[in-house]
Ligand binder design. Structure first.
Ligand SMILES: *[C@@H]1O[C@H](CO)[C@@H](O)[C@H](O)[C@H]1NC(C)=O
Ligand SMILES: *[C@@H]1O[C@H](CO)[C@@H](O)[C@H](O)[C@H]1NC(C)=O
Ligand SMILES: *[C@@H]1O[C@H](CO)[C@@H](O)[C@H](O)[C@H]1NC(C)=O
Ligand SMILES: *[C@@H]1O[C@H](CO)[C@@H](O)[C@H](O)[C@H]1NC(C)=O
Length: 651
């Protein structure tokens, strides 16, 4: 036995030890509690929290079942994706989604996160930004590289340049690195590493130039839209590695980067730093706040008979209100498409030598229904004002425009060039979607009644199918349809306006390739049907570049599709996809759009999504214009005034 005073001492010591070790044990057991309330966390600490949630085979099975149902029955490019055509200028890997899902289910994942990310990555690989899976549980942290890079043309070389540093997340980042050239990353030639990264980590486009632009960060990133998931220096998901090594060379003191005089190069190891979301204290509360779906009862599988869709949750997800952190300036959309909230459009007349040039900066076509009238009024007033001020040339800046409402795009084309015939499009047939469309017609409800095919009444445009070859399969489609903009037009009273001032050659599309969805269709129509030339911005030097991406046609998201099913009373349909067991959403293309052709044949080589349409000329960011969009526009104005970007006839 120990003397009592010692016992007491030990007991007190023991008390301290046990308090300390209980806290440590709690932290070990609960890695989320360890970082809760902190502004930032290290990569490892954030990873420990995200990987705390165990892989669950039931959750995996239910998730995969829903994705498989949607991709098999509704995703219009499912078959062509599995064995795509070879298109010069596009990088299209073959992805058999169903087979990929089988492989994912066969794996014994170490955590739920790893499983969820594998699913997201599989859909990403199709390089169609409309096709996505977003597990919101694992999109709450924001991961930053404290060094943000842009790509600049400097002395005729495209270089990776430090655009800015984020010393608010990592105090060791030095302001003096801004303007330094990054020559190597992780021991590879910097440009090689970046191009590889763009090819392997970015699912935005089939054009690698667009992916390249998407992962770089210009300081004054001038448009609000970003899918915010997979940049070189900014992630919504856990990055693949903890650090990157950057080798930099900085201009000698008192010299400019273009003078090409450098101090000794040096290498820094830069960590990914996680910004921690608010609203959780422990792993359990993290799960409750960000992961748990209203469709998942604690110990119950989702089965058709037990669920009713939780409309509140679907709406929250659909409106993108699922992120605890907003990244300050970067407008986060739940998937790549739409969701931007004004300003939609700006008219800017340039000054000085360029005063005869006006810019129409169209940031988004996602016009909220209550804004439609203002949007059309402002567009026409803008053109009238340009006309009154003697503007002779127009730069139509469509960079970083994620699309939105097809009818808003239609309005812009028609205002400039009177009417354009709509491009042919069709929707993949399935017996399930037939039931949906028939019910929609019966109830005169949901968007499924907005499609028309001349000569077909009611839902017969869908039920009288056509067959085309897609990949190695023969696939059934609806009759060619167009989207009726009647109901859109009914909501606005448009002033009569006829453009007599600007010809096609007076207009120039400017795009960094990140003009997606509706934007892509508008840009392609302007270029292909109205001969408006297009200037590509950025990308990899020496490659020809597309000015638009994911022109697939029209996309839907599970959250809105399920709301449609609820409205139509089709929740119990045996083929209806079940909601995800975790908070998540997916998007897919359901309508495919064709290029204008003299006669419609339904061939996959006529699909816009699988066509390369190159820009006619090109411009790059440089040291002068990268941080100032007005300077970039002035550089573009010089080209348009000199007539140096004529239409190139590729055919
Ligand atoms: C969280 O923040 C507190 C207070 O700043 C700090 O003492 C603690 O080390 C941080 N925890 C982690 C895991 O970084
Ligand atoms: C995908 O692969 C599976 C199994 O290999 C095959 O049965 C199926 O036809 C493929 N799907 C497509 C769309 O090619
Ligand atoms: C970065 O450099 C460190 C130190 O030289 C090295 O240990 C590490 O493996 C490098 N990391 C990468 C990703 O290249
Ligand atoms: C969920 O369903 C699967 C098969 O449908 C079954 O194997 C599993 O035991 C169920 N899990 C629970 C918790 O009921």
């Amino acid at each position: 036995m120990l003397p009592s005073n010692k016992l007491l001492g030990l007991a007190i010591l023991g008390l301290f030890i046990s308090v300390k070790s209980a806290a440590a044990a709690a932290a070990d057991a609960d890695p989320c509690a360890r970082i809760a309330g902190n502004k930032t966390a290290s990569f490892q600490d954030a990873k420990a929290c995200l990987d705390h949630f165990k892989y669950d085979k039931d959750i995996a099975q239910q998730t995969v079942d829903t994705i498989r149902k949607v991709t098999n029955e509704l995703y219009v490019f499912n078959d062509v994706a599995a064995s795509p055509p070879t298109v010069e200028g596009l990088a299209i890997p073959a992805v058999n989604i169903s087979y990929g899902l089988d492989l994912i289910l066969d794996e014994d994942w170490k955590s739920d996160r790893e499983f969820q990310e594998a699913v997201a990555l599989l859909l990403d690989k199709v390089q169609d930004a409309h096709l996505s899976y977003s597990p919101f549980c694992y999109r709450q942290f924001i991961f930053w590289q404290p060094i943000q890079l842009n790509a600049l043309l400097r002395n005729k070389r495209l270089v990776a340049n430090v655009a800015y540093v984020k010393n608010d997340v990592w105090p060791e980042a030095k302001e003096s690195w801004v303007g330094c050239e990054v020559t190597e990353i992780d021991g590879l030639e910097a440009m090689d590493m970046i191009v590889n990264y763009a090819v392997n980590n970015n699912g935005e486009s089939k054009d690698v130039n667009t992916c390249f632009n998407n992962i770089m960060n210009t300081k004054s990133y001038f448009h609000g839209w970003d899918d915010g998931a997979d940049d070189l220096g900014y992630h919504r998901f856990l990055p693949a590695q903890e650090f990157h090594n950057y080798t930099m060379r900085c201009p000698k003191s008192g010299t400019l980067p273009v003078q090409d005089e450098y101090d000794e190069p040096f290498t820094v190891q830069v960590p990914w730093v996680a910004q921690v979301p608010p609203n959780f204290q422990t792993a359990d509360s993290y799960w409750a706040s960000f992961c748990k779906s209203a469709h998942q009862n604690d110990h119950q599988n989702i089965t058709k008979r037990t669920i009713h869709y939780d409309l509140h949750e679907l709406k929250t997800i659909n409106e993108g209100e699922v992120f605890a952190l907003n990244s300050g300036g970067v407008n986060i959309a739940t998937n790549a498409v739409g969701n931007s909230r004004g300003p939609y459009i700006e008219f800017i007349q340039l000054t000085g030598h360029n005063e005869k040039v006006g810019v129409i900066d169209i940031q988004s076509f996602s016009i909220a229904s209550q804004d439609r009238q203002a949007f059309t009024d402002e567009f026409i007033a803008g053109l009238e004002n340009f006309e009154a001020k003697g503007v002779e040339k127009i730069i139509l800046d469509l960079s970083s425009n994620g699309g939105g409402d097809a009818c808003a795009g239609e309005f812009i084309i028609n205002t400039f060039f009177n009417s354009t015939p709509d491009y042919a499009s069709d929707i993949k047939y399935s017996p399930f979607l037939e039931r949906v469309i028939e019910k929609a017609h019966k109830q005169e409800n949901t968007k499924w009644i907005d499609y028309k095919s001349s000569g077909f009444e009611g839902s017969s445009w869908f039920t009288q199918t056509k067959e085309y070859t897609r990949g190695r399969s023969t696939v059934k489609f609806s009759q060619p349809v167009s989207l009726s903009c009647e109901s859109w037009d009914d909501t606005v009273t448009t002033k009569k306006y006829h453009n007599t001032k600007w010809k096609s050659s007076d207009v120039l599309i400017l795009s960094d390739g990140r003009c997606g969805s509706t934007c892509a269709i508008v840009a392609s129509r302007l270029r292909l049907s109205h001969q408006v030339p297009a200037m590509g911005l950025g990308g990899i030097r020496g490659n020809r570049m597309q000015f638009a991406s994911f022109p697939g046609g029209e996309s839907d998201r599970l959250s809105s599709f399920l709301m449609d099913l609820e409205i139509l009373g089709m929740v119990d349909d045996p083929d209806a996809p079940a909601p995800f067991p975790e908070r998540a959403d997916m998007g897919w293309t359901f309508r495919e759009v064709y290029k204008p052709t003299s006669s419609f044949s339904g061939q996959e080589t006529d699909l816009l999504e699988y066509s390369a349409i190159n820009a006619d000329c090109r411009i790059y960011f440089d040291d002068n214009n990268a941080d100032d969009i007005k300077k970039l526009w002035a550089d573009v104005a010089k080209v348009i005034l000199a007539g140096q970007c004529p239409l190139v006839n590729d055919e």
